[in-house]
Design a protein around this ligand. Structure first.
Ligand code: NAD
Ligand code: UD1
Length: 336
């Protein structure tokens, strides 16, 4: 298949391009490079030993989107492009609604015009809010606690409405839990600008000596060691989940409509378990101190992955030891 990957130069998108190319698919990346470096393209091509078509454009630019659909016979779209920093979304909500909601709307309109109705959308477990039951199933109540989460929920709602209006659409809403790690080659990974918000990039910088100490947000939660529990999923497993999803959509005899799937491992790990795993993988100490709980944090979140296993035939295979080892290797990669 020929796949249009929006945001394909970013963290999850770049790993997904590598796995799509490895499976023999063709890839056209559309990215405005607002959060990625041009060199990622060469790195993807180096790992995959294949070429990637790249269009530098914004998903809100309908003319650019139309040109891509006119120039290429696109079979499906994977839509990663968007802004993702939760606390930034609180201070700049309009930027988040514009990029994530208006941008998605422009993309879906251009897809409809071009008759391309197969889509994989990057959603997030943040739309479960503070889930009452774990592991979290796809039919759990949806609620968003931040503008970022609400932007994802709005796009999911838009797609559910679109699916109801036209049964020709095949849409998978992939709700990622906590993506972490990097490609084993050390060539691609996550590049947070400034001080990282997410746990693993922060730990990696502490182990590397760029940051002095990890602040552990809360040590008195109702969890085995008192620290927050999350479902950390290796970014390569996540990428493979996208390939499995596309293949599932493509082989359906009739369009399966709009379906949501959790992409996680089904296991939860605490902050302190991640610290220990990273110390082992890196051979470096990760000094930490327990501080106050972070506003808006939930206690425990991990996925029920039954649906993805059953319908997509996909299951995460990499554990936290490999995640930390790969994140550590990436930490040493010279970045331009
Ligand atoms: P990322 O920032 O690394 O990648 C996003 C890419 O999209 C970047 O390359 C950026 O330059 C591009 N982009 C942003 N706005 C654009 C626009 N308007 N037009 C064209 N390109 C644009 O982020 P990521 O971690 O790879 O996340 C990918 C998707 O997955 C996002 O939609 C994010 O919300 C979602 N997601 C991420 C996580 C996570 O923890 N990383 C968790 C759940 C969901
Ligand atoms: C955060 C976002 C969530 C988003 C997810 C993936 C918030 C409130 N939530 O979730 O919407 O979907 O990222 O991008 O920002 N931790 C520390 N010290 C740190 C960093 C994190 O102790 O410096 C702890 C947190 O309290 C949490 C765990 O580590 O228990 C994971 O944190 P993080 O990586 O930010 O992910 P989420 O909290 O799941």
């Amino acid at each position: 298949m020929k796949i249009l990957v929006t945001g394909g130069m970013g963290y999850i998108g770049s790993h997904t391009c590598v796995e799509l190319l490895a499976q023999g698919h063709e890839v056209v990346v559309l990215d405005n490079l607002s959060n990625a470096k041009p060199s990622v393209r060469q790195r993807i091509e180096r790992i995959a030993e294949r070429a990637v078509e790249f269009v530098q454009a914004d998903i809100r630019d309908r003319a650019a989107l139309r040109a891509v659909f006119a120039q290429h016979r696109i079979d499906a779209v994977i839509h990663f492009a968007g802004l993702k920093v939760v606390n930034e979304s609180v201070s700049q909500p309009l930027a988040y609604y514009d990029n994530n909601v208006t941008g998605s709307l422009a993309l879906f309109e251009c897809m409809a015009e071009a008759g391309v109705k197969r889509l994989v959308f990057s959603s997030s477990a943040s739309i479960y809010g503070d889930a009452e039951v774990v592991p979290v199933r796809e039919d759990a109540p949806l609620s968003a606690l931040t503008p970022y989460g609400r932007s994802k929920l709005m796009v999911e709602d838009m797609l559910r409405d679109l699916g109801r209006s036209d049964p020709a659409w095949s849409v998978a809403l992939l709700r990622y839990f906590n993506p972490a790690g990097a490609h084993e080659s050390g060539l691609i990974g996550e590049e947070p600008g400034g001080v990282p918000n997410n746990l693993l990039p922060y730990i990696a910088q502490v182990a590397h000596g760029q940051l002095a100490c990890l602040n552990v947000y809360g040590g008195d939660y109702a969890t085995p060691d008192g620290t927050g529990v999350r479902d950390y999923i290796h970014v390569v497993d996540l990428a493979l989940g996208h390939v499995a999803t596309l293949e599932h959509l493509a082989k359906a005899a009739t369009p399966p409509g709009v379906r949501a799937y959790n992409l996680g491992t089904g296991r939860g790990n605490s902050v302190l378990e991640m610290v220990r795993a990273f110390e082992q993988a890196s051979g470096r100490p990760v000094p930490y101190r327990i501080v106050a709980r972070r506003d808006g944090d939930i206690v425990t979140s991990y996925a029920d992955t039954t649906l993805a296993e059953r319908e997509l035939g996909w299951k995460a295979e990499r554990g936290i030891a490999q995640m930390c080892a790969d994140a550590w290797r990436w930490q040493h990669t010279p970045k331009e």
